[in-house]
Design a protein around this ligand. Structure first.
Ligand code: MF3
Ligand code: CO
Ligand code: CO
Length: 311
């Protein structure tokens, strides 16, 4: 019984509801090939092999659990993504056009043997998303000139050796206003609280619950239209990770899941509008919006960020 982890118990309650009660003479669901009565029923618990779990999560949810070699690959892509963000940060200046950030990201990505995932993704024309002030996300780098006191989100996703890592930060340029400082601090804390909910046995809804509870307590709002997502083999994989939700609802988190958490928090109301460029999302009320994003792995006993930075 000692090897039975609480999350496995939770998972089996769930699967029993889904597949119906297991008969004594049925094949054991742990995948041993023995009858249930000769195997896990006798042991007093049901353990699921990694292979079986992988199969169930793919068949049931379309979620592709990652193995050790995949995790190493995503981690390498994550290191490059963080290096790119550091370089951008060191070059950010008042008076700079957002297209200059695109140039930095593109060149550094290519120099490191990687591909910028945003470029040509569903027609996106640039290598990075740059979203300033009231822009929530998916800002297209261009002629916009960064002003003193602006907040600038830079969202990078390199593909390295076939693996994707997705990470973003919101930077201050020049001297930030008090409200910008407050919003950015709240948004960072939202990501931190979302990440802290990640462990096997918890559910996807727990993440959004923790984020929206804090954001709303602070008088801010959570964007609904864009969500975190599975990542690693592709840019956007199942499942979706909403930044709002109910505690105890949604898919059970299991080791090997890799997904982003990327709360977009508005100082004003949550409603959005898409600009005529077809991409840039802005706050409908013109209020400031901030975002932080990391790529998170569910481990046996909690989580590990594959794009770690201090929050
Ligand atoms: N990086 C964004 C995310 O966090 C997605 C950008 S899609 C693009 O999911 F086409 F705008 F690049
Ligand atoms: Co993302
Ligand atoms: Co991103």
């Amino acid at each position: 019984m000692d090897t039975l982890k609480e999350w496995q118990r939770e998972l089996w309650k769930e699967f029993n509801r889904f597949y119906g009660k297991i008969g004594r003479n049925d094949p054991c669901p742990c995948g041993s090939g023995l009858k249930y009565k000769k195997c896990c029923l006798k042991k007093g618990y049901i353990s699921i092999s990694k292979e079986k779990l992988k199969e169930i999560y793919f068949k049931r949810y379309g979620i592709r659990l990652k193995e050790e070699k995949d995790i190493e690959g995503i981690k390498k892509a994550g290191e490059l993504a963080l290096k790119i963000l550091d370089t951008v940060e060191s070059k950010l200046r008042v008076g700079m056009k957002t297209e200059e950030i695109d140039k930095i990201v593109h060149e550094l990505t290519v120099k490191n043997g990687a591909i910028a995932a945003p470029l040509n993704y569903r027609g996106f024309p640039k290598s990075v998303c740059v979203s300033v002030n009231e822009e929530i996300c998916h800002g297209i780098p261009g002629k916009r000139v960064i002003q003193d006191g602006d907040i600038v989100n830079v969202d990078v996703t390199p593909i390295l050796n076939g693996y994707y890592a997705d990470v973003s930060k919101t930077f201050f340029v020049g001297t930030p206003t008090d409200e910008a400082k407050r919003l950015v601090a709240i948004t960072k804390e939202c990501l931190k609280r979302g990440i802290s909910m990640v462990k096997p046995g918890n559910r996807i809804g727990d993440i959004g619950w923790a984020i929206s509870k804090y954001a709303e307590e602070q008088g801010c709002s959570v964007v609904r239209e864009f969500v975190g997502h599975g990542v690693g083999f592709d840019f956007h994989e199942p499942p979706q990770i909403p930044h709002y939700g109910r505690r105890g609802e949604g898919i059970i988190l299991v080791p090997g899941m890799v997904f982003t958490i990327e709360p977009m928090i508005n100082l004003g109301r949550k409603e959005i509008r898409i600009l005529d460029d077809g991409w840039t999302a802005v706050t409908a009320d013109g209020s400031l919006s901030a975002q932080f994003e990391q790529t998170i792995l569910v481990t046996e006993d909690g989580h590990e960020s594959l794009t770690p930075y201090e929050l």
